[in-house]
Design a protein around this ligand. Structure first.
Ligand code: HSE
Length: 403
């Protein structure tokens, strides 16, 4: 019998308990032993809950229990969750988490702690919810040099952009609707400013690079500046606007970035709508592969956490190494990376635009007040310098175009 402890009986934590209970038989077959939840740590009581008797309020009841060998950390946050994870790993108990903030901030140190204590730290659910992407990066794709990862990794913003495309609605209206439906939080900054996607990309990039890519170092733009006007241009050009998290090891070196992009119909990410996520990877031997599915939600996320429990249960007393050293790397390729840009400027700026952006392609303007065009491929640095020479208020908006 493999006994499991759960830190936090919220949405994902209760999903974990449900998955372990409902899928007990398939989990038993996959592990080669039964897996059972023995204790659940939460500040609250849950009178009438079927697992009420498993609730404990003192972390020692779990980390000090020699019969518990695997713990699911589904508390969230980086305070108590970090402290309790450290206690668990020091006690030689593997920890499986959905906590992307904690992984992005402290992942390599916790992996090291797991190694020292002959247990494991796993975080499949921290990126892409139920979609397997971390384990493929750690295991299946390890014979390849990954040269490109392009993901839609934030369900909230993908839902909002999908609605803006379907209804021609503006950002503010769609945000309100998403909040009313529970798809966006009351304080939606982490999602709409791209920070959530940047944290997830930092985890993916670190696993690819083998060293820590700090999310604060990832150039990040959210979707707050995307208007109904931009969406109208996208439609006219047969594009959709998608918030992409990109890692690329290109001519100018490796870089990671998060920003809204125009994505064309022939790109598989074009059809990833609503709250769905997808991550496309390109390996130097593999070519292209894509992972698609539900990026959030109680049971998909819990399924990923419990998938990690199965792996940890198969490796009790054994640390399975992960290629993520506790050493920071600054990816330097962003400024030199080349893309085409869709740009809207005030109509009075058209002559200057033609002179500045050699070889631009004009786009039919959606308003008499403006001039719109697509640049040739140019570096980020070159684009930033050219647009700043216009003055910020004269560039109405710009959106990168995904290849
Ligand atoms: N806020 C996140 C999203 C939740 O919208 O994707 C899942 O990480």
């Amino acid at each position: 019998m493999v006994n499991v402890g759960v830190f936090g009986y919220g949405t994902v934590g209760s999903g974990v308990v449900e998955v372990i209970s409902k899928n007990a038989e398939v989990i038993r077959k996959n592990v080669g032993d039964s897996v059972k939840v023995k204790a659940i740590l939460d500040l609250r009581d849950f009178p009438g809950d079927p697992y009420e008797s498993l609730i404990v309020h003192d972390v020692e009841n779990i980390v000090g229990d020699p019969e518990i060998s695997v713990i699911c950390e589904t508390m969230g946050g980086v305070g108590a969750a970090l402290k309790f994870t450290e206690m668990a790993l020091k006690a030689g108990k593997s920890v499986c988490t959905s906590n992307k903030e904690l992984v992005a901030l402290h992942g390599p140190r916790l992996l090291e702690l797991a190694k020292e204590n002959k247990c494991n730290y796993r975080f499949e659910a921290s990126v892409g919810g139920g979609i397997p992407i971390i384990r493929p990066l750690m295991n299946a794709l390890t014979a390849d040099k990954l040269v490109k990862v392009t993901g839609i990794v934030n369900g909230t913003t993908n839902y909002m952009l999908t609605k803006m495309t379907a209804n021609g609605a503006d950002f503010g209206d769609v945000l309100k609707e998403a909040q009313d439906l529970g798809y966006a939080e009351l304080h939606p900054e982490a999602d709409v400013e791209g920070f959530d996607a940047a944290r997830k990309l930092a985890i993916l990039s670190s696993l690819i690079y083998g060293k820590t890519v700090n999310f604060e170092d990832i150039p990040t733009e959210g979707i707050t500046r995307i208007s109904a006007g931009d969406i109208a241009y996208a439609k006219a050009l047969k594009y959709k606007v998608k918030l992409l998290a990109k890692y690329e090891d290109g001519e100018s070196g490796a870089y990671a970035m998060v920003a809204p992009f125009f994505v064309g119909e022939d790109n598989p990410l074009y059809n990833v709508d609503d709250v769905f996520n997808a991550i496309a990877v390109r390996g130097n031997m593999l070519g292209d592969a894509m992972f698609y599915g539900k990026g959030a939600g109680k049971l998909p996320t819990a399924s990923a956490v419990v998938g990690d429990v199965v792996e940890c249960a198969k490796n009790i007393g054994v640390n399975v190494p992960v290629n993520w050293a506790d050493e920071t790397v600054k990816l330097s390729g962003f400024e030199g990376s080349k893309k085409s840009f869709f740009v809207r400027v005030a109509a009075a700026e058209s002559a200057k635009a033609k002179a500045s952006f050699d070889g631009l392609t004009e786009v039919k303007a959606q308003s008499a007040d403006e001039y719109a065009f697509i640049t040739k491929k140019m570096s980020e640095k070159d684009f930033a310098e050219k647009t700043s020479s216009f003055g910020a208020e004269k560039v109405l908006n710009y959106i990168r175009i995904e290849d």
